[in-house]
Ligand binder design. Structure first.
Ligand code: PEP
Ligand code: MN
Length: 356
């Protein structure tokens, strides 16, 4: 073959490549339009029956030189790339996404603002056990300048034989003690039927890790105006976490905060593995406040301060930590709760870093 002929064929290939690219782009734009229409109508983007039909039509028209299998393979790749494109478009349209709303969402609890650039320390017992227990912690927190107290009244325990929490009675204790000390409160709700009722007792409703994908609970949380603190699931990806938050926001409750609380890995040195990288990723991808629960993520008291500092350095809007007047006798999470002097030391060390 002469050098001239080679050159000519190469030029032809280059031209066909450009034509193919033009056609692929055209196809992608049509598919994007189709995807947007499907989104409007609420029908799924991926339609396996339609994909099979398209492949069959193509194979029926295939006159070679490619084998039918090769044609199928090539077009499946094209279909997959188009679907990925539609999924990226879909993500940009999530209500919680930073692309949808640039400004940070701020959560106002009276005079307290979460997400406004000055990080918050949230502390309190794992469980509400008694009026006296909560009152003792509240007095210490107030003295330390803490404004938001946590305390579980409905406890989702691994064993049904473990302390399940005081229920509504616990919420009443929180309300009474919070009123006395002028504190705001956070408590977990596990039953969609309790969401409305909880709004009368607490300032923030926590949805726990075990319930991150309890979609009926998320929907109920989306139907009220009370701020929601959504914990990351035990083995949830960030994508699943973000979509769980979307469930709440899509129902009308825009007051949502995310909290990283550690995920399951093979590591045994800590109770869970604190995923610090979740903080900047969630801050970048969503406009919601992002907090870090240092207690449940680590499950050990000796590394709480460095982990809290790491969280704040990574951009967290706040830290949550468990405090109990007498951790040894606590009805839940006895091993990981700080006593009051330990909390004071922890808080002082975190503040000393200048990160809060
Ligand atoms: C809690 O914060 O009380 C709790 C049970 O944590 P998690 O849902 O993260 O396990
Ligand atoms: Mn706990």
């Amino acid at each position: 073959m002469s050098q001239g002929r080679l050159e000519e064929l190469r030029n032809q290939l280059d031209e066909v490549n450009l034509e193919l690219l033009g056609l692929l782009s055209k196809r992608a734009r049509i598919a994007q339009e189709l995807g947007a229409e499907k989104e409007k109508q609420g029908v799924p983007k991926f339609d396996p029956v339609r994909e099979k039909e398209m492949l069959e039509k193509l194979v029926a028209s295939n006159e070679g030189p490619f084998e039918h299998e090769t044609v199928r393979h090539l077009f499946k790749q094209i279909f997959q790339a188009t679907l990925t494109l539609q999924q990226v478009d879909h993500k940009k349209h999530l209500l919680v996404s930073r692309k949808k709303k640039q400004e940070d969402t701020l959560i106002s609890l009276g005079d307290v603002t979460i997400g406004g650039g000055s990080p918050i320390m949230i502390a309190g017992p794992c469980s509400v056990e008694s009026y006296e227990q909560v009152r003792t912690v509240a007095a210490a927190l107030k003295e330390a300048g803490i404004t938001v107290m946590r305390g579980g009244a409905f406890k989702p325990r691994t064993s049904p034989y473990d302390f399940q929490g005081l229920g509504i009675e616990g919420l009443k204790i929180l309300k009474e003690v919070a009123a006395e000390f002028g504190l705001k409160t956070i408590s977990e709700i596990v039953d969609p039927a309790h969401i409305e009722l909880a709004c009368d007792y607490i300032d923030v409703i926590q949805i726990g890790a075990r319930n991150m994908q309890n979609f009926e609970l998320l929907k109920a949380a989306g139907d009220v105006k009370t701020p929601i603190l959504l914990k990351r699931g035990l083995a949830a990806t960030l994508d699943e976490f973000v979509h769980a938050a979307e469930y709440i926001v899509s129902r009308g409750n825009t007051q949502v905060m995310l909290i990283e609380r550690g995920i399951r890995t093979y590591e045994k040195a800590t109770r869970n593995t604190l995923d610090i990288s979740a903080v900047p990723i969630l801050k970048q991808e969503t406009h919601l406040p992002v907090l870090v629960d240092v207690t449940h993520s680590t499950g050990r008291k000796d590394i709480l301060a460095p982990c809290a500092k790491a969280a704040l350095a990574a951009g967290a809007d706040g830290v949550m930590v468990e405090v109990h007047p007498d951790p040894a006798t606590a009805l839940s999470d006895a091993a990981q709760q700080l006593n009051i002097p330990q909390f004071h030391d922890f808080y002082a060390e975190v503040k000393k870093s200048g990160l809060m």
